[in-house]
Write a protein that binds this ligand. Sequence first.
Ligand code: IFM
Length: 453
Amino acid sequence: MHSLKYNLPTDSKMRDKSFVFGVATSAYQIEGAVTEGGRTASIWDTFCYTPGKVDNNENGDIACDHYHLWEQDIEMIHGLGVDAYRLSISWPRIVPRDNCVNQEGLHFYERIIDKCHALGMQVYVTLYHWDLPQYLEDKGGWLNRETAYKFAQYADLVSGYFGNKIDVYTTLNEPFVAAFLGYRWGIHAPGIKGDAQGLLASHHMLLGHGLAMPLLRKNAPNAKHGVVFNASPAYPENPTDQEAADLCDAEGFHWFIDPVLKGEYPTLVLDHYPAAHPMILAGDLDIISAPVDYIGINYYSRCVVRFDANGQVETIAQPDAEHTYIGWEICPQGLTELLIRLDKRYPNLPPIYITENGAAGNDVCVDGEVIDEQRTRYFQDHLEAVDNAINAGVDVKGYFAWSLMDNFEWAFGYAQRFGIVHVDYQTQKRTLKQSAIAFRNMLISRSLENKNG
Ligand code: IFM
């Protein structure tokens, strides 16, 4: 294979060793072993076992078998030369029944964390990447305010056990997806539909985040604490469609970021859904807006929108643009513009980490090689997009590729491959794709540069 390397401009701040490069995964998407080690079911197990919910009725029962292969996987991550590994902890592995602690679950993650540290990598841990214990869903899940308190208890338990051993804690990953796809549009677990339900679930998730923050700070005073949002910024199809774009952004990410950074919900959304307001108790927004050390931004694509005849925002396909296999438009410029817009909207914006960015493909491994030309270009262009935002004054401190390896892509099952490492699901063989080799080569040359001063 010819030499491949992402190039960062010579004066890029991302070349400095203080800028964090990493790869990311999440528990349900890679671990498998869903009935091993004391784990009980999450809403995703239940959803997957319900026929017709996931493409080909696939599930995370085995996934990448990371539960058994974790040691070789961590060594592989180290081989990429990254500074950090971002993973998530499975809530039902730690608290398999209400008020009960599973030491075996804690030990599983402890071995991973220790191994990362022994190899010189930092560990970024997400506490909630969508795998709510099923026993909590049975009591109403995120529609039940009590779940926010259960989440805080779980965050207390994990941070009480690991303390500063976890370098960076994330409370929630993409509350938009967990609340809206899961409780509003019914296309993710637990499959509930309704605007009021989606807005209520999101409020309870954010409340859980806010309740967890002081506990995390108390238990891990030297670690960093924050929350991760996804954002696909909206562009008007025509200048007259600006209102549709504003509403789309308000629902898509201001609804989640404003309460955390401004202590309020955007009026655009409240005005648009007068009958679906969540029950917000006095003091909730103060809890939710507890200061965070950073926010994570997951960016994949943008959308172009207008209002349809019923006054609903509709996304307009861009047939002339390039798309990834999953159908998402490739738009690196959207990332630069998003970061600049966030910087303008929030005067108190904390440092940002790009906690996910990546492209889906249907990659095949031929003679030990995976030529993922589109993904390799995607990363090169998005790294430049981040650099452009930094040059425009946005404080971006890190970048994580999604994902380390091909894995269970939620309702799409296994057909959508997001990994920079290919996984053969029959043999569990891992093969570095070209995109991973380019990542590794960039990191090797950055580290040599930094060593040579
Ligand atoms: O695979 C997901 C991940 O779990 C959350 N962010 C988006 C990714 C791609 O859809």
